[in-house]
Design a protein around this ligand. Structure first.
Ligand code: AMP
Length: 402
């Protein structure tokens, strides 16, 4: 290793030996067979990469489009070893990867994202501390180890405030909005059953929720996608609207914050950063995800490079692509209850939509259970209002809160 390489290594915290370039023709191994892996494989195959996925459920969304699926539990050491043998580089499409498996894969194969980022983002307290260490603000929070500590912190933050489990929560699960001090005991009892540490957050009366996806490659290049404005229904993402309606300087700040966190954490690949924006323009980071993100699906047709192509570029150490937005866009999620009306609409296309390009993505899941993410639609239009009017007009999402 040259002195220059050693100096670059010290500066970036990334091992120079990890900066190898993986060219098309190589095989990318994906831990997890869900829709994120599927869209990653579709983008990567277009570039000439091969894909193998490890996933316990046969005929998975990713397995359907990969060259090969290894059907086994994520914790199956032999299957993970086989994945390592078949792959030139390994990535993951969810963050709750078993630590032992991640360590084994790292020693047996090439995992440029590393296991440290997983370790940080798998735990809300570790994640918050890492964000603060990067000089970025999170909502005021307190670590809770007992009911007394919870009572004290609820008194300090006032109500409402939000009690969350440090690990394992998603789509609003593992959370309790404490609306009055007398609820503290019930909230504590319920959430401490999860057997993980707890964290109390001040309730942020946000004007809107934003997210920014940043990409970083081993060579240290960082790019961010335009911030999306996200609307949740029942704690599940319903819409992403881009450009977001926030003032330009707020959006620029959100994008700078995401880049700063990606740099400070030495991210390789994608990092999704979710934020709350208050009426006075203050931004608080809510949480991170070290992977492609639902709120980045709009990039598939609306940006010069999609989040999935960017992730492939980043982990393979290719130059990152332009993240420029080519058109206003609204992404609307298709949950189980929306599939039938959407298919009906697709079958007859009764609605004339000259002003909106309707790009339907379905993930190949058989069972359309209520609330299950089955696909999404990207709506490209001259103005986001036109895309939102299309969502209303079709009636497909009318019953969206079920
Ligand atoms: P999370 O699982 O942390 O992403 O939280 C799910 C949703 O709950 C967020 O998208 C917010 O709408 C809401 N939420 C979570 N934490 C807070 C908070 N501290 N203040 C206000 N709303 C919150």
């Amino acid at each position: 290793m040259s002195r220059a390489e050693r100096a670059a290594e010290r500066e970036s915290g990334v091992k120079a030996a990890d900066s190898r370039t993986i060219l098309p023709g190589s095989t990318i191994g994906v831990l997890g067979g869900g829709q994120l892996g599927r869209m990653l494989a579709l983008a990567g195959r277009a570039m000439g990469y091969r894909f193998v996925t490890l996933e316990p459920t046969a005929d998975s969304p990713c397995g359907q489009v990969a060259d090969r699926q290894l059907t086994a539990a994520y914790t199956d050491q032999a299957a993970a070893e086989e994945l390592a043998r078949l792959s030139d580089v390994i990535t993951y499409e969810f963050e709750n990867v078993d630590a032992g498996v991640a360590a084994m894969l790292e020693s047996a194969s090439y995992v440029p994202q590393g296991s440290r980022l997983l370790y940080t983002t798998q735990h809300r307290l570790r994640e918050k501390r890492a964000i603060e260490a990067a000089g970025v603000q999170v909502a005021p929070y307190a670590e809770i180890r007992s009911l007394e500590e919870l009572r004290e912190a609820v008194g300090r933050f006032g109500t409402p405030c939000v009690l969350k489990t440090a690990t394992g929560g998603y789509d609003g699960k593992g959370q309790w909005v404490i609306r009055a001090e007398k609820e503290a005991e019930a909230a504590y009892e319920e959430l401490s059953r999860a057997g993980t540490e707890l964290v109390l957050e001040q309730f942020i009366r946000f004007e809107r929720e934003l997210s920014v996806i940043a990409a970083r490659s081993p060579r240290g290049e960082v790019r961010t996608f335009p911030a999306a404005e996200n609307v949740h229904v029942d704690n599940i993402l319903h819409l992403s609207i881009v450009p977001a309606a926030a003032p330009g300087d707020v959006l620029a700040r959100a994008e700078q914050m995401a880049a700063r966190i990606a740099e400070a954490l030495g991210v390789v690949g994608l990092l999704a950063v979710e934020l709350f924006q208050t009426a006075d323009g203050t931004l608080y980071v809510n949480e991170l995800a070290p992977r492609p993100h639902n709120s980045g699906h709009y990039t598939m047709e609306a940006c010069k490079t999609s989040q999935f192509e960017q992730h492939v570029r980043a982990i393979c150490n290719l130059p990152l692509g332009s993240t420029e937005l080519m058109t206003p866009v609204v992404m609307v999620n298709v949950l189980g209850q929306h599939v039938e009306p959407l298919l009906e609409w697709l079958g007859k296309q009764s609605e004339e939509t000259p002003d909106v390009a309707v790009k339907v993505h379905l993930y190949g899941k058989r069972e359309a259970k209520t609330g299950r993410k089955m696909g999404h639609v990207n709506l490209l239009a001259a103005r986001t209002e036109e895309a939102l009017a299309w969502v209303e007009r079709t009636g497909i999402w009318r019953d969206r809160s079920r």
